[in-house]
Design a protein around this ligand. Sequence first.
Ligand code: GLU
Length: 223
Amino acid sequence: MCGIVGYIGYKSAPEVAIKSLKRLEYRGYDSSGITVNCNGDLFTQKKIGKISALESVLDYEKIKNCKIAIAHTRWATHGEPADRNAHPHTDCNNDLALVHNGIIENYKDIKEVLINHGHVFKSETDTEVIVHLIEHHCKDMSLMDAVFKSLNSVEGAYAIVVISKKHPDMLIAARKGSPMILGIGEGEMMIASDVSAIIEHTKDVIYLGEGEVVEVRKESYKI
Ligand code: GLU
């Protein structure tokens, strides 16, 4: 299990996210990636290799003013190390993106059902089923309810963060069996899988409990 960072606030989200992700490099990883909500659209970039490889392809000029981002370093468990298997993973319409640490044990069954419903998968990961499942449930309910419903049907361990095109002011994070920490700042919030990613920004942290889900806005949060 590798690294997760989420940021929402007033600073350059990609700069904070990449810098914080580098604090998790010591854990080892095979690829990295980032999604930002940029002028109402989700922009994702992923790259095999070091975070510096991701930075070399990242269009900083285009995204540097974005104030919300999720980023990930991956240690492959399902699907070889490759750009397409790196996180974040997106849904069919690029409305949602998600990072995940852990293993979804029943991903094959869920994937089969979702393919039968017309979902198109772009990776071989276990992770990708979660974002398509949330997309699937979003047709009938709010994003938060869709996250809840999706997590009720996955088996295994996860720490996830979801970013949505339609909710540029909010991140949703959840954990079960994998660590997740919320860092509370002034006018900014961070989420990370390891406190060392957050500590530079705030010492006010909450360790999410087993099975907890949190809605994070720049000045508030709701567990
Ligand atoms: N099981 C996921 C994958 O293979 C997540 C791996 C991780 O925790 O980095 O992509």
